[in-house]
Ligand binder design. Structure first.
Ligand SMILES: Nc1ncnc2c1ncn2[C@@H]1O[C@H](COP(=O)(O)OP(=O)(O)OP(=O)(O)O)[C@@H](O)[C@H]1O
Ligand SMILES: [Mg+2]
Length: 259
C-alpha cells in the first residue's frame, strides 16, 4: 500500500517551471529512491511534500490524508520527518544534547520552571535521554554521545541528523542525499542503517546522486528529468532501460554514478 502519494505536482519560480506534473508513490516499509540530473527538481519536490514550498497544482497524500499545503510542523506531526542536505547541528553541544533538543519541541517547551512541574519535566528528560541513547546505539554513535557534535566527521554528522529526525518517531523519512560528501564506505554504512530501519517498518523517500550505492538499497526508483518523472521501477529494470542513459547523456558515466 502506498504510504505517500504525490499527484500531478506543478511548481514554477517566476517564469521557470521546475515541476511539471509530478506523480509518484512510495510504498509502506520500502526505500523509494528519487534520482535525476542536477537541477531536475528533486529537492523542490521533497520540499513541496514537506510543506516548505507551496505547489501551484497537485496533491500530496500521506497515509490516506491530504497534506497538500500544510505547514511543515503539521506534516511533521503527521509522522513525516525531513532530513536536510546540510546537517543543522549545534556544534558546541554534545551529540546527546543535539538529539534531545530535536525532541524538546514535542514535549518540554512549555514547562517554564513551575516547581510542581519540575519532577515531570525531569522524568521526561530522562526518558528522552534513554530514547536518544537507543537511537545512537542503532546508528553506531553511542561512543560519541558526550562529545561535541563539532568533533564528528561528515558521515557521522549525517547519521546524527538522521538520528535527530528519528526522535520524533516518524513513520516515514524524506532524505536529501544522505551519502553526499562522505566516502563510499561510510555512504554504504549509512544506507545499511537505513535498511535496518526499513526492516523495522520505517518508509523512506530518498534523493541520491550516488547511484552505485542507492541502486543496491532501494526497493524502487523514480528517475526525474526537467521536472518530470521519466522512468520508474525496480533498480535493475531502471538501469537496463535506455531512457536511464539518455537522461544522463552529456554527463559522464562518473557524474551519473558517483557525483
Ligand atoms: N526558491 C527558488 N527560487 C527560484 N528557483 C529555484 C528555487 N528553488 C529551486 N529553484 C530552481 O529549480 C530548479 C530545480 O532545483 P532543485 O534544487 O529542485 O534541483 P535538484 O534536482 O534537487 O538538483 P541537485 O541534484 O543539484 O540538488 C533549479 O533550476 C533551481 O535553480
Ligand atoms: Mg537537490
Amino acid at each position: 500500500m502506498a504510504i505517500l502519494a504525490v499527484e500531478n505536482i506543478c511548481k514554477s519560480f517566476g517564469g521557470l517551471q521546475v515541476l511539471k506534473g509530478v506523480t509518484l508513490e512510495a510504498e509502506e516499509g520500502q526505500i523509494t529512491g528519487l534520482v535525476g540530473p542536477n537541477g531536475s527538481g528533486k529537492t523542490t519536490l521533497l520540499s513541496t511534500i514537506f510543506g516548505l514550498t507551496k505547489p501551484d497544482e497537485g496533491s500530496v497524500k500521506f497515509r490516506g490524508q491530504t497534506i497538500t499545503g500544510l505547514p511543515p510542523h503539521r506534516v511533521y506531526e503527521a509522522g513525516l520527518a525531513f532530513s536536510f542536505q546540510l546537517p543543522r547541528l549545534i556544534t558546541q553541544l554534545t551529540v546527546l544534547d543535539n538529539m534531545i533538543l530535536a525532541a524538546r519541541d514535542q514535549v518540554g517547551a512549555g514547562f517554564s520552571g513551575a516547581l510542581f512541574l519540575r519532577r515531570r519535566w525531569r522524568r521526561q528528560e530522562t526518558e528522552l535521554a534513554q530514547k536518544a541513547m537507543s537511537i545512537l546505539e542503532l546508528l553506531g554513535l553511542v561512543h560519541l554521545a558526550l562529545h561535541p557534535a563539532g568533533e564528528l566527521s561528515g558521515g557521522q554528522r549525517k547519521l546524527l541528523e538522521i538520528g535527530r529526525a528519528l526522535m520524533s518517531d516518524p513513520v516515514m523519512m524524506l532524505l536529501d542525499e544522505p551519502a553526499a560528501g562522505v566516502n563510499p564506505v561510510l555512504g554504504r554504512k549509512i544506507y545499511q542503517k537505513l535498511r535496518t530501519l526499513r526492516d523495522q517498518g520505517l518508509s523512506f523517500l530518498i534523493i541520491e546522486h550516488k547511484l552505485e550505492i542507492l541502486l543496491d538499497f532501494a526497493d524502487r526508483i523514480y528517475l526525474m528529468d526537467f521536472g518530470q518523472i521519466v522512468l520508474s521501477g525496480a533498480p535493475k529494470e531502471v538501469i537496463e532501460n535506455p531512457v536511464f542513459y539518455a537522461t544522463y547523456v552529456g554527463e559522464t558515466k562518473d557524474a551519473a554514478f558517483s557525483s
